[in-house]
Design a binder for this molecule. Sequence first.
Ligand SMILES: Nc1nc2c(ncn2[C@@H]2O[C@H](COP(=O)(O)OP(=O)(O)OP(=O)(O)O)[C@@H](O)[C@H]2O)c(=O)[nH]1
Ligand SMILES: [Mg+2]
Length: 247
Amino acid sequence: MTPLHIQDAPGTQGALPSPRPNEPVVDVVVPVLNEVEMLPRFLARVAALGMDLRLICVDNGSTDGTLELLRSRPEITLLEHGRNLGYGRSLADGLRASRAPRVVIIDADCEYPPEAIPVLLAGLESAPVVYASRFLGGGPLDMSPLRRAGNRLLTDIFNLLYGQRLTDLYTGMKALRREAFQGLALRYNGFEHVVELAAGLAGRGLALAEAPVAYTPRQTGRSKMRHLPEVLKALWVLLKLRVAGRA
Ligand SMILES: Nc1nc2c(ncn2[C@@H]2O[C@H](COP(=O)(O)OP(=O)(O)OP(=O)(O)O)[C@@H](O)[C@H]2O)c(=O)[nH]1
Ligand SMILES: [Mg+2]
């Protein structure tokens, strides 16, 4: 499949294409930045599901061989940013390229198990949106106190502002019915995208459901996220969106 190069397309969900006959009913959107170590395992685990799905990988300017690996896999729908346009922009572009009635978002680093894809899809039978929560499993969770506290703070404030009952706003895995997100304006290119998407969905009156997911912190490769500044930025965006009534 010829990769789609994206440089300056707006990160919104305006006119979304309709599904075509005989296409998979599930699209899996994967943001990817320098994941050459984990990506082969991730792809193998997705393939082992044996599901009829379309994998949409958005390469966000990888320089470690990830892009070459993705290009060598013709079964993957590949979007190439060419340079780093942001995590949020990767997801917005991936959602925009999707056509299936059901979409799953999942990271490429195997922190969230691809085996949970069918579980989240089953949840879509009774809810328009299902977030994979790392905190509902019951077992011990290998997560730094700072990361846990930041997520907790944002989740609690989001719940208060939008009348939701999430436990894990900052999960990297979720499933959405197309009609839940179609037409949502997604303008934030960075990690604030997470609150923008959730606020947009909740602002439509949707209840965000959750399903427990096993979480395996990054086994290899380097963490690329700076958590404290991201929490502060997300907090600001969350309050701004609520006050502006945009969502
Ligand atoms: N951090 C980061 N990740 C990106 C970006 N673009 C795409 N990604 C992908 O987005 C997913 C989530 O990013 P991660 O860096 O794993 O964020 P995280 O899971 O919160 O943190 P760690 O796994 O501990 O690094 C991964 O699949 C990345 O490859 C980007 O600009 N920054
Ligand atoms: Mg990760």
